[in-house]
Design a protein around this ligand. Sequence first.
Ligand code: KG4
Ligand code: ZN
Length: 344
Amino acid sequence: MKVLGIETTCDETGASIVIDGQTVLSNVIASSADIHERYGGVFPELASRRHLESILPVVTEALEKANTSPAEIDLIAVAISPGLIGSLLVGLQFTKGLSIAWNKPWIGVDHVEAHLYAAMMGKTLYDTRSSFPALGLVLSGGHTLLLKINDLGDYTPLSTTVDDAIGEAFDKVAALLGLPYPGGPHVEALAKQGLCTAYSLKPGKVKRSPLDFSFSGLKTSILYAANGQNGKEPRCLSLQEKADLAASFQETAFQDVIAKAKIALGQFPCQAIYLGGGVCNNQRLRTLFYDAFSSIPVHFPSFDLTLDNGAMIAGLGYHKFLKKPISDPLDLEARPRNCLKLVP
Ligand code: KG4
Ligand code: ZN
């Protein structure tokens, strides 16, 4: 079954053709990060306008690269939640239009669930299913979630962040260190030249909720180190000091995620770990996870499937459609907040 997946939840316009939820024939992504850079974060209205400009060329390129004609597409899947409402609407309305024009069924999927599914792509459904129950972690710019995966589409939420998402914290720390947006990859690159024990930083703890995350305190520690104790007197940090701060921040954030994953595994025995979301691009995160959990399989998405993309949407859409093979109704709406109750 050939599925066209469409992703427009935030600042990336993605389209991809995937066979049977596994084989990626094309995966085209146009980012609007260049226009958001000067604002230090995503400017929602500009993101939706760029989606409008990009969506047709991106879908056309995905079809061409996959050597596929519209007639060969069996299903169109689109991310309908969660995300920026203007951005979501572009993908959703475009999909509804295509569904009518091409006379093909369409299905809406959840972006966060798709991030997790990205780590399952390329494996047989039998292999994936036999690794359940598994622990799932979504580490992205908008989400930090720990959940138990009982089956595809069946999750028990365990915890989330009470303030910043982990990727958001990377972006804010990057801005404090004078690095461009999106900051995650720049923090990782700078951290490679730094000493992760140079600063002793404390991970965020949430009272009476040991599995929940909090990154705002950690971010504030970097603010004070960079801008003095009142946060308003920028210090002239040497490149080495910045690298040490980046490394110390990154290590503290990741060790916190690992510590909480360990507590979760202690409470809810699982057979594997699946991670997804843009922060999974980070090589240090991957190394720390493989080292910390050597006794159970740890699955990351391939690097081209960590950031927002249409392939994970097509892949998950295929499985949802297998379970319930009917087109979604044309009056189905986008949901900017999570609709799958992945968040407790
Ligand atoms: O999954 P994603 O593309 O978007 C959301 O669904 O939010 O994640 C984007 C986030 C950004 O915050 C970005 O800074 C972060 O992923 N990120 C990284 C790295 N690459 C991207 N964070 C840490 N290290 C990286 N190498
Ligand atoms: Zn995402």
